[in-house]
Design a protein around this ligand. Structure first.
Ligand code: SAM
Length: 229
């Protein structure tokens, strides 16, 4: 049987897994003697064995941790305008599977959602953890609190229907990359001009207008899945 996969921030020789991760192991009917792979969300994993099961926690003995590199060659940030909660959840889940290193939430002029509460942010972080667990990735992307578009920094590209450049033509894998995707209402002309001033290149995702959540994922997939990362 394949080992259960679970998340724990520390990979000491003996760990106690509690709360949501313990609840998940209970659902999987994990028992004493079962093997588990534990990942720390920062790129390391360790094989272990369950030593003890109580009502509230699992005690696991771990072998030395090792790296398992399944990341793109540079830190890849998806900067995405705030969307309705269910759409944002889908983006976080799929972008985690597609290999983004962090997700920067953005406040933009035409965003339909103007803020996100701490509970919703926590939920998105939980979704990223679950997605990393499911896709056998040991790195959990950071989900960063919303910032105004004007304070976005970095180098990269912005998805805009009015462009003939493709993401693969705009990418430079020698430096960390930020890819920017807009809200359902699109970016204003001033926002696009600001991003271009900062050095972001406009890129096209084809001839059709994609929904905001589809566009964000197509943009990431064009750089990771399409390039074998
Ligand atoms: N009327 C809006 C406009 O013209 O920008 C449409 C916005 S679209 C529903 C939401 C976001 O998805 C856009 O801001 C853009 O970032 C991205 N997007 C959608 N289709 C695209 C395409 N074909 N090429 C590049 N980006 C696209």
């Amino acid at each position: 049987m394949r080992p259960h996969r679970t998340y724990h921030p520390s990979l000491e020789p003996i760990i106690q897994i509690s709360n949501l991760e313990a609840a998940h192991l209970r659902v999987l009917r994990a028992k004493i003697g079962d093997q588990v792979t534990v990942f720390n969300g920062l790129g390391l994993e360790a094989l272990g064995q369950i030593l003890e099961v109580t009502e509230t926690y699992y005690t696991v003995q771990l072998e030395p941790a090792k790296t398992s590199h399944k990341e793109p060659p540079q830190h890849l940030t998806l900067a995405i305008a705030l969307l309705k909660a269910d759409k944002l959840s889908d983006v976080v889940r799929s972008a985690t599977e597609l290999g983004v290193s962090s997700i920067q939430l953005l406040l933009t002029q035409h965003s339909e959602v103007r803020e996100i509460g701490s509970q919703k942010l926590e939920r998105l972080r939980r979704i990223a953890t679950e997605a990393a667990k499911q896709c056998q990735r040991n790195q959990i992307p950071d989900i960063l609190e919303p910032v105004p578009l004007s304070s976005l920094s970095g180098a990269g590209m912005v998805a805009h229907p009015n462009s003939s450049l493709r993401p693969q033509e705009a990418v430079n894998w020698d430096v960390p990359i930020t890819v920017v995707s807009g809200p359902e209402g699109g970016f204003s002309n001033a926002e696009i001009a600001l991003l271009e001033q900062k050095g972001f290149l406009r890129v096209s995702l084809g001839q059709r207008i994609l929904r905001a959540e589809t566009a964000a994922l197509a943009l990431v997939a064009s750089l990771t899945a399409a390039e074998g990362y």
